[in-house]
Ligand binder design. Sequence first.
Ligand SMILES: *Cc1c(COP(=O)(O)O)cnc(C)c1O
Length: 373
Amino acid sequence: MGNDRQITVTTPLLPPLEEFTPYLEDIWKRKWLTNNGYYHQELEKELCKYLQVPYISLFTNGTLPLMVALQALRINGEVITTPYSFVATTHSLWWNGIKPVFVDIDPETCNLDPDKIEAAITPQTTAIMPVHVYGNPCDTKRIQEIADNYGLKVIYDAAHAFGVNVDGESVLKAGDLSTLSFHATKTYNTIEGGALICKDEIMKRRIDYLKNFGFSGETSIVAPGINGKMDEVRAAYGLLGLKYIDAAIDARKKVAECYREELKNIPGVRLMYDIPGVRHNYSYFPIFIDAGQYGMSRDELYFKMKEKNIFGRRYFYPLISTFSTYRGLPSASSGKLPVASCIADSVICLPMHHELDGNDIERVINIIKKRSL
Ligand SMILES: *Cc1c(COP(=O)(O)O)cnc(C)c1O
């Protein structure tokens, strides 16, 4: 029964412990634990290089950069966003007293459908907050055109898009600001952590004030900030993690290629379309089940997998717009979000991480092919 090892949907990219100890010893020696310390500065520098972005500001998680981005641009009124995301996207609007306006998604990319944005713009609209779902780049050109025509800001929730490039350009440079999450479950992690990416020095300074209570000096407060700072231990961990990220992405790529090859012709199982010119990070491997054609519902398959100790994730399900906080909004009715509703009811993200071996992959493929139900 060795075959029944638990296969989890993800596993954290953990650097070897013995390589982390010297970093800890150094931090103990320096006795500088947080507030823009040595490792914090190093990680910002190294991430700018790795991600090919001009400015980055580290945060203690991936939700605070969303909240601070909205503050930094003084967004208010209504913001157009997607119901097909992790709840933090919409919560960041709520915490800023902003009304989320949900717009349906494109079934091919699972991202905000640019064709549907304009109809949702009102005199109160101030920004668009799209998500690069599963690391698939949004149609950033179309979204920028709309934003430019209407004078709107664009904040990308790029929590899934670490290291994603389109035609050699980082997708993190699109829009006014982009946010990242370095949560333990993401492709690159600092256990908890996140970042806000911007294009100029003035914005970088404003963000750095806002994440440190608004302090600009020992005794001066220039803005009503919050505490979003990343500490030295996690910054050092992140610095070490950068040495392993490329190998982890390569390993994920091999898993994705295997899945893609083996699962491409199964009736009732749809795979994500592979957008040309994109350097992926292989953060997730979603499949979409058409119950009629497949002969089994998404949930039946999901629970069958569980019985075999294979853990997928119905991600994103349920839609954000169905949660009690948001369900009363005019834009939240499922009649207005037919594509997102259908996708949320058919998706399973298969196990996807750098430690899956051939045997694990075969077990996942066998169950999807109904060889081992
Ligand atoms: C993970 C995630 C976040 C939040 O990140 P945390 O680091 O967990 O706060 C926000 N948006 C999306 C799309 C995410 O997947």
